[in-house]
Design a protein around this ligand. Structure first.
Ligand code: URA
Length: 194
C-alpha cells in the first residue's frame, strides 16, 4: 500500500476521521448512536483532554463535552488561561453507549486505536485523562482514580495527568479543589515544556 503523507496535523486528523468512516466495528453502531463524536479543537494543541464516551448531548451535537459536564470542562480550561479552541478534546470511545453505560472491553479494543492516532498526530505536551475510565484505559491499569490522580505519567511523548471527571465534580463539588491543584500543575508543565 502506498504511504500517505499529510502536510499538517489538521489534514492527518481529517484522514483519521475518514478511516473511521461510518464505523460499524463494534456493536455500538447498532445500539442507538446518532453519530460518531470524533473530537474537537486545535490540531496543534499542546494540551489534550481525553474523556470516556459521548453522552446524550454529545450524541446530538456531534462534539465532545458539550453538556453540563462539558460546560464545566470549558471553565476548567479557562481557569488556566486557555480557551476551548486552544486545546483538543476527544474520548476513548467515539459512540454513545446505550443509557450511558460503561464502554465494554470489545468496544474499547476496536475504538482506542483511533484515539492513539489522534494523540500521535496532535503530539500534545500534556494529556489530561478525565476520570477513572480514561485514566485506566490509557494507563492500562485497574488502579482507582483516587490513586492515579495527583501523579504524572510518561505517556508516548507527553505527560499524562489523570484527574476527576467533570461529571463527578458536578456531583461532588468539594473535589474541585484537587482538580484545581492538578490543573495548576498542568499549567506549570506546559510552561516548562514550551
Ligand atoms: N463525558 C465524557 O466522558 N465525554 C463526553 O464527551 C461527555 C461526557
Amino acid at each position: 500500500m502506498p504511504v500517505r503523507v499529510y502536510g499538517s496535523p489538521a489534514e492527518a486528523l481529517s484522514a483519521i476521521r475518514e478511516d473511521l468512516g461510518d464505523c460499524t466495528r463494534c456493536k455500538l453502531h447498532g445500539l442507538g448512536r446518532r453519530q460518531i463524536v470524533f473530537g474537537v479543537g486545535n490540531p496543534d494543541a499542546d494540551l489534550m483532554f481525553v474523556g470516556e464516551a459521548p453522552g446524550a448531548d454529545e450524541d446530538i451535537q456531534g462534539e465532545p463535552f458539550v453538556g453540563r459536564a462539558g460546560q464545566l470542562l470549558t471553565k476548567i480550561i479557562e481557569a488556566i488561561g486557555l480557551r476551548r479552541e486552544d486545546v483538543y478534546i476527544a474520548n476513548v470511545i467515539k459512540c454513545r453507549p446505550p443509557s450511558n453505560r460503561n464502554p465494554e472491553p470489545d468496544e474499547v479494543e476496536q475504538c482506542e486505536r483511533f484515539l492513539f492516532r489522534q494523540i500521535d498526530t496532535i503530539g500534545p505536551q500534556v494529556i489530561v485523562a478525565l476520570g477513572k475510565f480514561a485514566a485506566q484505559s490509557l494507563l492500562r491499569t485497574a488502579d482507582p482514580i483516587t490513586r492515579l490522580r495527583g501523579r504524572e505519567y510518561k505517556y508516548r511523548d507527553a505527560i499524562l495527568m489523570p484527574t476527576y471527571h467533570p461529571a463527578y465534580l458536578l456531583r461532588t463539588p468539594s473535589a474541585k479543589r484537587e482538580v484545581w491543584e492538578d490543573m495548576k500543575r498542568v499549567r506549570a508543565i506546559l510552561k516548562e515544556r514550551a
